[in-house]
Design a protein around this ligand. Structure first.
Ligand SMILES: [Zn+2]
Length: 119
C-alpha cells in the first residue's frame, strides 16, 4: 500500500475491526496493534540475522499521559535525568503511566522502543 487511506475502523492489513490503530512500519497502511507487533517481530528477526548493533542512548519512564502527550523522564548512561514531553503518536506502542521505553540507534536509525531494553 503506497497511498495513505483514511481509518475506517478496520485494520488495513488483516481487516479486523479495531478501536485503535497505528501506522505500519513498512508502508503507510493504518493497522491494528497485532499487525504492528507482527511487523516489529519480523524486523527484530531480520536484525538478529544481520547482527545489527543496537546502541541504547537513553532509558525513559512514562510519568503521565495527557492530551496525547506523554510526560517522560529520560536517563542516560551517565545517570543524568531530564524531563521531556513526547507526543504519544511517536511511540510504537500504547503508553501508560509507569511504562518503560528506550531511545536507541539501530542500523543508523534513532528510534523509540517500548519495553525494557534487553541489553
Ligand atoms: Zn491487523
Amino acid at each position: 500500500m503506497n497511498q495513505l487511506q483514511e481509518w475506517t475502523g478496520k485494520c488495513q492489513r488483516c481487516f479486523i475491526e479495531s478501536e485503535v490503530f497505528t501506522m505500519s512500519i513498512v508502508d503507510v497502511a493504518l493497522i491494528c496493534f497485532r499487525c504492528r507487533d507482527a511487523e516489529v517481530a519480523k524486523r527484530e528477526e531480520k536484525r538478529m540475522k544481520h547482527n545489527v548493533l543496537i546502541l541504547v542512548l537513553m532509558i525513559g519512564v512514562v510519568d503521565s499521559v495527557a492530551s496525547g502527550v506523554a510526560r517522560v523522564e529520560l536517563s542516560s548512561s551517565n545517570e543524568d535525568t531530564i524531563d521531556a514531553y513526547i507526543p504519544v503518536k511517536l511511540f510504537p506502542c500504547i503508553v501508560e503511566e509507569g511504562d518503560i521505553f528506550s531511545i536507541d540507534i539501530a542500523d543508523g536509525v534513532t528510534e523509540i522502543r517500548c519495553g525494557d531494553p534487553d541489553i
